[in-house]
Design a protein around this ligand. Structure first.
Ligand code: ADP
Length: 378
């Protein structure tokens, strides 16, 4: 029987799973258990895992890879989830109060049901741990970092790592470029949005910070904001810390600006002449352009811009609105290439100095690759 890798992505009320066949790591099947701990659902993550294992039948995985949101400074790559690693993920719970406990529940459920199967954690923060200290530090008193861990960790790392690697391979094969010398800006535009500056495959800056709230405008998150707006609104609108948290994370972004967070819907409304939707798109795309410019400056040169995730892969109009005003920086889109829909890695520029690429992301596949690479028992 072929060895398989099971990838688990545990949220507070859902468990997504993907089964891959090693060593090629082709996807065999996938699914999601929803409403964990809710009415009409299974009681907990252990029961959710039991449901997944039932679905797998005879397919007992050789390795289990877990998506873990926060790895703090401790994990700069995938890690075998031994006792010490699990304790460290536990220690980081205050920085990711919804996500890390869910992942830990998944790890414990696997340990109970499949005690001999090695488990590997792949961390959203890991790829960004190469950021220079100057990119990672906020200009706060040192004790905020030393005593409370307040620094920039970055997220979506698995996706930025995957798409920057694939973009490098693509440009080597199609344009004879050396991946080790490429300076790329990767744009993960989904419900959450983030940018990364990647030099020779190594992350040197990214837009998300202590939490996944900083940086780009997102579906329901503000991204960058004058921090004084937070304290000002707390006082003037009488908002508690919890209410503020909710406002910034769930009621802002595109949704706050125009009432809709689904980019398809916002684009449709703007096309129909809706001024709020048009403004929301302007704020969203301007922020992306500012980050492309900032990261070109941080990298010292720009060889490519890579679009990925739901919006980046599918929304030609967003790519056009981001790239067209940047033509003066050598970022020139080919309109026909941009309009073409495909699941393939593809190049959208008209042959200018800056390659513009779409690389469909594959976070589960990348987690499987990392888990197999670390614990492969083939
Ligand atoms: P997540 O961050 O949850 O993984 P995705 O990467 O799937 O999310 O991205 C979801 C976003 O992608 C939604 O805002 C949706 O509007 C957007 N999206 C998906 N398809 C399209 C499309 N054809 N045009 C514009 N936006 C799209």
């Amino acid at each position: 029987m072929t060895a398989t890798v099971l990838v688990l992505n545990a949220g507070s009320s859902s468990l997504k799973w993907d089964l891959f066949a090693a060593p090629a790591l082709t996807s065999l099947k996938s699914g999601v258990v929803e409403r964990i701990g809710e009415e009409g659902g299974v009681p907990d993550h252990a029961a959710a895992l039991a449901a997944v294992l039932d679905e797998l039948g005879e397919d007992r995985p050789a390795v289990v890879g877990h998506r873990i949101v926060h790895g703090g400074r401790s994990f700069s790559g995938p890690a075998l989830l031994d006792e010490a690693a699990v304790a460290e993920v536990e220690r980081l719970v205050p920085l990711a109060p919804l996500h890390n406990p869910a992942a830990l529940a998944g790890v414990r459920a696997v340990a109970e049901r499949l005690p001999d199967v090695p488990q590997v954690g792949a961390f959203d923060t890991a790829f960004h741990q190469t950021m220079p200290e100057a990119a990672a530090r906020y200009a706060l008193p040192a004790w905020c970092e030393a005593e409370h861990g307040v620094r920039r960790y970055g997220f979506h790392g698995t996706s930025h790592q995957y798409v920057s690697r694939v973009a490098g391979e693509f440009l080597r094969e199609t344009a004879g470029r050396s991946p080790a010398e490429l300076k790329l800006v990767t744009l993960h535009l989904g419900n959450g949005c983030s940018a990364a500056a990647v030099s020779g495959g190594v992350c040197v800056d990214t837009s998300m910070g202590l939490t996944p709230l900083e940086g780009l405008v997102m579906g329901t998150r503000t991204g960058d904001l004058d921090p004084a707006a937070v304290t000002y609104l707390q006082r003037s609108a009488g908002l508690s810390a919890e209410e503020m948290d909710r406002l910034l994370n769930r009621e802002s972004g595109l949704k706050g600006l125009c009432g809709d967070n689904d980019v398809r819907r916002v684009l449709q409304r703007a096309a129909d002449g809706d001024a709020d939707a048009e403004l929301a798109l302007d704020v969203y795309c301007r922020r992306i352009r500012k980050y492309v410019g900032a990261y070109a400056a941080a990298l010292g040169r720009l060889d490519g811009v890579v679009f990925t995730a739901g919006v980046g892969e599918n929304a030609a109009e967003i790519r056009r609105r981001v790239c067209e005003p940047l033509a003066g920086f050598g970022i020139a889109l080919d309109a026909a290439a941009n309009a073409r829909r495909s699941k393939e890695v593809r190049r959208l520029d008209a042959g200018g100095p800056v390659a513009v690429l779409v690389v469909p992301t594959d976070e589960e596949g990348e987690i499987a690759r990392q888990a197999w690479g670390l614990a492969g028992v083939g």
